[in-house]
Design a protein around this ligand. Structure first.
Ligand code: GLY
Length: 384
């Protein structure tokens, strides 16, 4: 009851914010129908659907956002754009060697959502194909899913894992259920257990990148990745872990994943509470320069809402109140509702050293997902 009462108290703000989302997105859905946006240039969505850009890890978010809005409103224009996005993404299947661990991000919330909302079997097939390539990246020695292909800043990245991959494994849980074959879920759980051991630090902060010995699977070192440096806390990595572990709990019922999500949440909340509920790019970096990442806040808010729904009533307040404070602060400071700008969430940041304070498509996606959860939607695109 606490959760429901708390939502009721905030209902006017939730409804008003959803109306703003719908008003803006209903127009942009038609305008950007033939694009796969990543950001905006002079207020206009760019397009990732051409050439090698089709393999970009963020390409599922636009269509995924359209499915969230369709599920909430029933507006067919959203569905048309989501379907078009999936069609554009088909080009990627002609060169699967280029696939990487982010095929979960790319297809689970796009084709997976399509299948779950419409029953389309071609969409199911796309998501299964993506899940099979994800499973094929599993390294037995170490029990983890390899991250990228090739090199990162000149270093061979065989044996590397990144915390972000916690958001890819929901696709594997889904595939196990669809096929009645628990191999996929076993890989997902092995990876989650590795992440608990090697990525999550004692205090709830996180290693972004972990390098493993390719023979023994032992952790050799952690790298700074997209945060400030080695030993720092990249806030979006923190958010990926927070939401990823609560999703792993929701898929498996294993308490250790919920406990881990809570531990990460406590660290995240303590850090944003000190900063008007707006996340900096890194929680463990010098005071200057002041760099924000609005996307970390909205991803974490989705996870916090789901934690609140999965803990006993007397524990709910910490998580749901933090989620709503983050979303309200984000809406007030970082959302652009003007017609001359295709994106909504501003002040996203790719990494500490690059792509600072810009709109990024997953910011809009997770903001809409969070508001739709608060509206009472039972459709979680990351679940089965
Ligand atoms: N998964 C990469 C990022 O969050 O930037």
């Amino acid at each position: 009851m606490f959760y429901e009462n708390y939502i009721e108290k905030n209902k006017a703000w939730i409804d008003e914010t959803f109306e703003k989302l719908d008003k803006k997105l209903a127009r942009v859905a038609v305008k950007s129908r033939d694009k796969i946006p990543y950001t905006t240039v002079d207020g206009v969505h760019n397009d990732q659907s051409q050439d090698n850009k089709i393999f970009g890890w963020t390409n599922g978010f636009w269509g995924g956002l359209m499915w969230i809005m369709y599920e909430q409103t029933g507006n067919e224009e959203y569905k048309k754009t989501a379907l078009r996005s999936e069609e554009l993404m088909d080009k990627a299947f002609y060169d699967v060697q280029r696939f990487h661990h982010d095929v979960g991000f790319m297809w689970h919330i796009l084709s997976g959502a399509n299948y779950r909302l419409t029953g389309d079997t071609a969409a199911r097939n796309r998501n299964l194909l993506a899940a099979m390539t994800l499973a094929s990246r599993y390294k037995e020695n170490g029990g983890y899913i390899r991250a990228w292909n090739g090199t990162w800043f000149g270093r061979n990245n065989d044996g590397w894992t990144i915390i972000d991959c916690m958001m890819n494994i929901p696709q594997l849980f889904w595939a196990s259920k669809e096929l009645g074959d628990d191999r996929f879920a076993q890989i997902a759980m092995a990876h989650a257990d590795m992440a608990m051991r090697d990525h999550v630090r004692e205090d709830g902060s996180m290693n972004h990148i972990v390098v493993h010995d390719v023979e023994t699977g032992e952790m050799i070192e952690s790298l700074g990745g997209q945060g400030y440096g080695v030993g720092s806390t990249w806030s979006r990595g923190e958010a990926w872990g927070l939401y990823g572990f609560v999703l792993a709990y929701m898929h498996t019922g294993e308490e250790r994943y919920l406990d881990t999500a809570k531990k990460i949440a406590h660290y995240f909340i303590a850090n944003v509470a000190d900063n008007d509920y707006l996340p900096l790019v890194d929680f463990r970096a010098p005071e200057e320069p002041v760099l924000y990442d609005s996307t970390a806040g909205v991803i974490a808010a989705c996870g916090l809402i789901d934690i609140a729904k999965n803990v006993p009533e007397h524990e709910q307040k910490l998580y749901i109140s933090a989620a709503i404070k983050i979303l309200k602060a984000t809406e007030e400071k970082f959302c652009n509702w003007e017609e001359n700008e295709d994106s909504i969430l501003q002040m996203g940041t790719e990494m500490y050293t690059k792509g600072i304070h810009m709109p990024i498509i997953y910011g809009d996606y997770f903001f809409a997902e969070a508001i739709s959860k608060l509206k009472g939607s039972e459709f979680n695109p990351w679940l089965k």
